[in-house]
Design a protein around this ligand. Structure first.
Ligand code: SF4
Length: 438
């Protein structure tokens, strides 16, 4: 053990001194990335300030982290940042989130993407890789290139070991990142076993930034599972299996960590766990899905409109029950904008949100109705007996979805979308008439 620690410290020291690239430490709050961060901070304390170069600590909040893990992650990141300021370490913490269009709810409730599975794991690339890549791209633009420090270990699994051994390493044990240009990857704890990681964290507690690791130890003992690894490429196996990550994860059969938290008395996790199970079950039933795909091809498609409304309703109701914000206003706005394009003529997402006391409106710049003189549209709709929501949805197509009609095929796309929208509107009116007759 002592030898491994010494080798790792020496490796990090040489890498830091002999290379000018900025470092990016991927930190998730899990034990492996905590260990890497701790070793890096310890190294910075040991080095002379004249040797310093920028070190970034990058954390992704997927927006669907289990609330207790998210709070811990954000709190410990703050402690690290405070510590860096206090000791003038060249270290900056960055917390990155997926944009609304990359978020779990933006895709699942907005676009109706069925909940992810091992074979359709759309979440990882949207929620983890893209947001992290944006930040790394910015850093590489500034410094030319970065070294990304990951907490990956061969001991995690035999497939992980095989993949790590297959990579081409240079003499500094760095390998090129195949998805992030100008990024080299270092895995300083590649040879550490699980036990060694725990031993180090237990014997070096508290870390230099002060707060003890005890809360993390508790999380692990409650979760009865492993952690969701920091993911930067799609070759990383699913966070599912044994994980410590999104509370919405339907990739796993049973969410052991959630079940562990509930058993340990975290009662607010129960409705979350039940909602996750609902997400997992309904994706398998055709009645919750559209009979065609988003690209209009035949086959079981996204969640249908009623299901999306039901999911938004249930999610906001849980949010109220546990008094914890589960999706933010920008996601609700995004959901509404997609629903406008897909089927909605009456701002249903906003109405649902309002019914739960959420104060959210469409942002001004996408509210063409305001720009286009609301009064004139109201008069027009009255005179010609047209639904105002339909006019809104049609304008939305022109102003937002098909803004650029010069592109090849854009006009055909607009014609198709207008036709579909009118068909849906007629269908809705007919259905409404039928239910009235009954
Ligand atoms: S934990 Fe599950 S839901 Fe979250 S990114 Fe990983 S596979 Fe997707």
């Amino acid at each position: 053990m002592d030898k491994t620690i010494e080798n790792t410290r020496q490796y990090l020291k040489n890498l830091f001194k002999n290379d000018k690239r900025a470092w990016v430490v991927a930190y998730s709050g899990g034990k492996d990335s905590t260990l890497v961060l701790q070793l890096v901070v310890e190294l910075l304390h040991e080095l002379d300030k004249s040797m310093y170069k920028p070190v970034y600590v990058l954390t992704t909040d997927t927006r669907v982290e289990a609330p207790n893990i998210k709070n811990y992650m954000i709190y410990s990141l703050k402690c690290v940042s405070r510590h860096a300021d206090e000791y003038s370490l060249p270290l900056e913490t960055i917390l990155v989130k997926p944009r609304p269009e990359e978020s779990f709810w933006g895709n699942l409730i907005g676009k109706g993407y069925p909940s992810p599975t091992r074979w359709f794991r759309w979440c990882t690339s949207k929620m983890k890789i893209k947001p992290a890549r944006r930040v790394i791209d910015k850093i590489t633009k500034q410094y030319g290139s970065v070294i990304l420090l990951l907490g990956t270990r061969k001991d995690e699994s035999s497939s992980r070991k095989m993949r790590m051994e297959k990579r081409d390493y240079n003499e500094q044990k760095l390998n090129f990142h195949h998805e992030i240009p100008n990024a080299l990857v270092a895995s300083p704890i590649a040879e550490w076993t699980n036990q060694m990681v725990w031993d180090y964290l237990i014997n070096n507690n508290p870390p230099p930034w002060g707060e003890k690791h005890d809360f993390m130890f508790d999380l692990y003992s409650q979760a009865a599972g492993g952690e969701c690894p920091v993911i930067f490429d799609l070759n990383t196996p699913s966070c599912g299996g044994s994980r410590f990550g999104c509370w919405t994860c339907t990739v796993v059969k049973h969410d052991k960590s959630m079940e562990g938290f509930i058993a340990a008395g975290e009662s607010e996790m129960l409705p979350l766990s039940q909602f996750r199970n609902l997400l997992k079950n309904i994706r398998e039933e055709e009645k919750y899905r559209l009979p065609y795909k988003r690209n209009q091809r035949e086959g079981i498609g996204p969640f249908n409109y009623e299901t999306r409304k039901m999911l938004l309703n249930s999610l906001l109701s849980i949010e109220k029950e546990i008094n914890e914000e589960l999706l933010d206003n920008s996601e609700i706005e995004y959901i509404q904008s997609i629903w406008n394009q897909d089927f909605d003529f009456e701002n249903s997402a906003l109405k649902i949100a309002h019914s739960f006391g959420r104060e959210v409106d469409m942002p001004k710049n996408s509210s063409f109705l305001i720009e286009l003189d609301q009064k004139y549209i109201e008069e027009f709709c009255k005179t010609y007996e047209v639904q105002q929501e339909l006019v809104g949805a049609l304008l939305n197509l022109v102003y937002e979805k098909h803004e650029n009609l010069d592109a090849w095929g854009a006009k055909t796309g607009l014609e198709r979308d207008v036709g579909e929208l009118i068909e849906k509107a007629v269908e809705q009116i007919e259905n409404a008439d039928l239910s009235h007759d009954h």
